[in-house]
Design a protein around this ligand. Structure first.
Ligand code: GAR
Length: 184
């Protein structure tokens, strides 16, 4: 099986959905995390997935921490990178080392509502639908060629939490499915 790394900064529900997928076409062989207190690290430990946890502040710049990340990825023979709530732009060091092999999930119908709190942005904009996008990563924020999109309705009586749950359900189904179709 080819080996993949998941990059995450937070809860790790998408990390868990990917890991839990039956007969996943790749092995999740590394978690990369830029937040030493993130819950996703405990999830990785529970699944015995090796982790590379770092604190960006302890490096001089993005070049220096991405150089370390690339070293770890190579050491673990990683060929694919799945961003799952990694709240940081990917720089040229990683983009050049993994050209065409980095994908991201974002909780909106891109190009609408890029950036932070996309679910809250859509909720407050009172639009009737939002969704989930999976796309190849480039140097921009939530830009890059789209691989898959799924709509999620917003009902007038929705609380923000209800909308979040509806979106996360779609994410947890769609991300593993897209990974299977890309790698098989
Ligand atoms: C997910 O909703 C993901 O789409 C979003 O962060 C959340 C992470 O949740 N990503 C972005 O907003 C990227 N711009 P998780 O840690 O439970 O998987």
């Amino acid at each position: 099986k080819v080996k993949a790394a998941v990059f995450a900064s937070g809860t790790g529900s998408n990390f868990e959905a990917i890991i839990e997928e039956k007969d996943l076409a790749c092995e999740i062989a590394l978690l990369v995390c830029d937040q030493p207190a993130a819950t996703v690290i405990q999830k990785a430990n529970r699944y015995h997935v090796p982790t590379f946890v770092f604190q960006p502040k302890q490096f001089t710049n993005k070049l220096s921490f991405e150089t370390e990340i690339v070293k770890k990825l190579k050491k673990h023979n990683i060929t694919w990178i799945f961003l799952a709530g990694y709240m940081r732009l990917i720089g040229p060091t990683l983009l050049n080392a993994y050209e065409g092999k980095i994908i991201n999930i974002h909780p909106s119908l891109l190009p609408e509502f890029p950036g932070l709190d996309a679910i809250g942005q859509a909720y407050r904009a009172k639009v009737k639908k939002t969704g989930v996008t999976i796309h190849y990563v480039d140097e921009g924020m939530d830009t890059g060629p789209i691989i898959a999109q799924e709509e999620v309705p917003i009902f007038p009586e929705d609380s923000l939490e209800q909308l979040e749950n509806r979106i996360h359900e779609v994410e947890h189904r769609l991300y593993p499915q897209v990974i299977q179709s890309l790698i098989k």
